[in-house]
Write a protein that binds this ligand. Structure first.
Ligand code: G3H
Ligand code: 13P
Ligand code: ZN
Ligand code: NA
Length: 305
């Protein structure tokens, strides 16, 4: 069933694991993720960015989710990723999403509090969960891009949560969006994470930009004509560690994109005569399934949770 993250995160926090939040925008991605969740008996978060919502259309997203839910008894959250204002949050809340992110991280501290509070008021009256963000991740998300990370200040995080009433908080500790996360050594600021969890005990934290940029898929894409050079993600052991330190939601989009693209490139290189989309979308969907299953079992730790 479609659920709120409330109980899911309480269990994840206590059990020292995280739930994967996978970005979706079409049928094959949704099916790949749902099948992986079924195989691992795992809770799932499916999230939709503004761009994904525009691509597929909210009606299609809702109907695809309805179909997915007909075939499972697992708890599933439908979440808006990086909502930029009250307007889009209202639209998805009214449409049936159980969770929204209001991303005011590019605003000043006071303006971030103002826009977040506004969304919290609307959402909480309707029983919908609100994720907010404090700190800035380097990289690109929709139209917004940042040059540098601005790590989350632990004291400000406490004040932000108190003043906004947001239910979970995305923090900046060194991750970033996309396939090029680290210039040299991948590193997360665990000291900062621990300060935040000590100041906000039991409070669910969220890690964006958490794809590992799996070499298996980067190499496959490049072997078949891709030009994805110097790609680098968050090592899996760092994600596992974060999951034991208050991080309850780990966002993954880039790894889905890379898996599908690598497999489709390989398919066309090996079978240049194919032109039925089912011939290459089936293995692409299966690659998403396998990759998500690996995350659930070996990175997030939420198999059977
Ligand atoms: O944070 C960004 C997510 O990967 C969504 O990306 O805005 O291109 O759909 P998108
Ligand atoms: P990645 O680009 O690392 O997959 O991050 C996705 C994300 O944070 C979506 O909000
Ligand atoms: Zn993100
Ligand atoms: Na956790």
């Amino acid at each position: 069933p479609l659920v709120s993250p409330k109980e899911m995160f309480a269990k994840a926090y206590a059990g020292k694991y995280a739930v994967g939040a996978f970005n979706v925008n079409n049928m094959e991605i949704i099916q790949g993720i749902m099948t992986a969740g079924a195989e691992e008996r795992s809770p799932l978060i499916l999230q939709v960015s503004a761009g994904a919502r525009k691509y597929a259309g909210q009606n299609y997203i809702m109907k695809l989710m309805e179909a997915a839910l007909m075939e499972t008894d697992l708890p599933v959250v439908l979440h808006l990723d990086h909502g930029q204002d009250l307007d889009i949050c209202k639209q998805v809340i009214d449409g049936g999403f159980t969770s929204v992110m209001i991303d005011g991280s590019h605003h000043s501290f006071e303006e971030n509090i103002r826009v977040t509070r506004e969304v919290v008021e609307y959402a909480h009256e309707r029983g919908v969960w609100v994720e907010a963000e404090l700190g800035v991740l380097a990289g690109v998300e929709d139209e917004v891009s940042a040059e540098e990370n601005i790590y989350t200040d632990p004291d400000q995080a406490v004040e932000f949560v108190e003043r906004t009433g947001c239910d979970s908080l995305a923090i900046a500790i060194g991750t970033s969006h996309g396939a090029y996360k680290f210039k040299c050594e991948p590193k997360l600021d665990f000291e900062r994470l621990e300060k935040i969890t000590n100041l906000l005990p039991g409070y669910p934290l969220v890690l964006h930009g958490a794809s590992s940029v799996l070499p298996e898929f980067v190499e496959m894409a490049n072997a078949y004509g891709g030009q994805i050079a110097g790609a680098c993600g968050v090592p899996e052991h760092l994600l596992r560690k974060a999951a034991t330190h208050g991080v309850c939601k780990i966002n993954i989009d880039t790894d889905i994109r890379l898996a599908m693209t690598a497999v489709i490139r390989k398919h066309f290189a090996e079978k240049p005569g194919d032109f039925d989309p089912r011939q290459y979308l089936s293995p692409a969907r299966d690659a998403v399934r396998g990759m998500v299953r690996h995350k659930i079992r070996h990175v997030l730790g939420c198999s059977g949770a």
